[in-house]
Ligand binder design. Sequence first.
Ligand code: NAG
Length: 456
Amino acid sequence: MILRLTIGAVVLATLTHAQFDASQCGQTKGCLFAPPGCTPSTDCQIYFSYQVQNGQTMLIEISGRPANPQAGYVAVGFSKDSSMGDDSVTACVTNQGQTSAILGYTAGKSLQIKQSSVQTAVNTANQNGYVDCVVRRQLGNTGDKEIFDLNGTYIILLATGPVGADGAPGYHGETKWVMPRTDVASYGTDAQGNVIMRDSNGQTGGSKHSTNDKLKIAHVFIFTGILFARHFRGHWPDTTFLGVKMWFNFHRTLNMIGVGMTIAAFVLIFVANDWRWTGPKAFATKEENQAWSSIHSILGLLACVVAWAQPLNAVFRCDHDSKARPIFNMIHRFFGFSAWLMAVAATMIAVVHFNGMFSNRDAALGLYIAFVAVAGLTLIVLEVIWIRNWFAARRGVSNEMEMVRVGAGTGGVVLREDVQKIHRLQMAILLLYLVCAIGLAVAICVLIGLKPGDLA
Ligand SMILES: *[C@@H]1O[C@H](CO)[C@@H](O)[C@H](O)[C@H]1NC(C)=O
């Protein structure tokens, strides 16, 4: 009963959201709605449209449902990157029965209100839980670096939040979305009154893509490197390269490549964010620090730091025959595995909680779960084989290596038939893992890449 009443009320509220006309979207004006994938006049929280008029001005409509429609705002930010800070903002603010459109600029995380005739309000409304503003913005050079000329392409940020005691827009929390890079001058009419026809999908590759690609591929390298140390020690027993056994060469080389890639990815992340740390800060609010992005950042950093420390602690490992060597082995394994787990958790947070990162979030989530499952399964299967082997060895049936005289004088280490079989099985599992993991990683990267315009 209550549910039905609520549904009825919601339907009524949406039906009476008469201000925003979505029927012209993609015809005479361009529109973006948040959350991505929502259906206008059913489950969208923010409506934004843009239209150039006679090549001179841009008509902007920003509308939506703040959690508190009596003291809340919806806002659109025009950004050169996908994070908040250095954005030109148009906000529709309702407070104490008054609705007004404001022009602003975000310096860091705080919004500065700009007084300028570049933007004029055409209409403001507050009805049925919706706030709605239509404004006109002058195109061309505004003469103020903090008021962007909207005649071009920007990453669109949409947000809704409460109004503070001072009447100014407050922190939006999780209700903010990074929309695709959009040519906001691609709809409307030009100076001669002709309809503007322009390809509005200015897709660009970006550093964030390659960051993700690198981290994902680093993941495969490191995981494979770990597998070599754990399960491939007995392979190629008498082949050495640079004075060490082959498994160690694989282990060291793969993990070094992986660590190198995480370092490169980290540098790219910081460059992409203008060297700003997006993780927890001592002076940030509780909401900000608890935000998923903070948890993601701190987990990611921890995972990388632990991964980077691994080769360092390996340098100081004690001698092969030392009594303390098993302790080193345990610590090294523990940190290796925990770094991997933290990286998995950090990535999972990104996939589940970061809006607008993938062209299809559900597909990305499915692929990533498959990616982790393949790795987990590989680990378990190899571990089972290892345990079986270990029991066999304890029963004294198997001595892994046998000296066999092959011809005269070529006394090499030859592996017994059944041991060779196990090695072939392990190799097959490893190859299967690599094929699956690389395939899935590529698929996820394609999903990130398909997302129209991430970072330039
Ligand atoms: C907008 O940009 C186009 C080129 O992209 C240019 O031809 C036009 O003059 C610009 N309009 C204004 C008002 O600056």
